[in-house]
Design a protein. Structure first.
Length: 135
């Protein structure tokens, strides 16, 4: 099942949905992955300095992990292709115009944007406006 690659179609079909809950980024030693899987991270990335986990805020707090400021996740419901060109740039530009930082993660089916919790509602409005303008 392949995703959409046409930028106009992607933008017109974004359908941003604000995911329930708050998330944080935290880092732990790479060799300790098995110790942190019980925290149910929704994302992870191995870097030279350690393993970055994206996990629910309350899980990080219970584990007493040093973590980023709280973030909200906005999922684009359009099934975007990993080979699509321009979608991330267009979404980042729309959020930049609003002064909202964005951490974008592309998964197999959807793109997910993590934004500061305080800016989440404004970010959804900006992404919906981007989609409406493309439609």
């Amino acid at each position: 099942m392949s995703g959409v690659t046409d930028l106009s179609t992607l933008l017109a079909s974004l359908e941003p949905v604000l995911v329930d809950g708050e998330f944080v980024y935290a880092t732990v030693p790479s060799e300790s992955l098995h110790e942190y899987l019980a925290l149910k991270p929704i994302g992870m990335f191995f870097e030279t300095e350690g393993l970055t986990l994206i996990l629910p805020r309350d899980a990080a707090e219970r584990a007493r992990l040093a973590a980023s400021a709280p973030l909200r996740c906005i999922t684009m419901m359009v099934h975007s292709s990993l080979e699509a060109v321009g979608m991330t740039a267009a979404m980042a530009a729309a959020l930049t115009t609003e002064g909202i930082s964005a951490n974008v993660i592309a998964a197999y089916y959807h793109d997910h944007i993590f934004v500061p919790a305080a800016d989440a509602e404004r970010a959804v409005v900006a992404l919906r406006a981007l989609s409406a303008a493309a439609g």
